[in-house]
Design a protein around this ligand. Sequence first.
Ligand SMILES: [Zn+2]
Length: 97
Amino acid sequence: MIAASDAIFTDLSRVGGYLAVMPRSVSPNLAIGSTNLHSQTVVEHTDRPGTDHGQYVYMLRCDSPTGCQGLKPSYGANGTNFHERLCPRCQGGGQGI
Ligand SMILES: [Zn+2]
């Protein structure tokens, strides 16, 4: 049996590799593991350009207890609106990038 916590651990391990090879300044609000008011959690910083000027894509996981519960694949989002980001699957948020 694979528990949800195992999947989370795997994700964070992968993130560690990214951060090690590509250090860059990141807003504390966007640190790995940060969660916004809508239960969207930052799980990965990518080097993929976002759709806002000068932005990178951040991978987010929906931990909504009444929705995805951290069980769905992560999706990409700009860092600029992370604080108000809604899940594209269960909260009617915009599509991932
Ligand atoms: Zn969701």
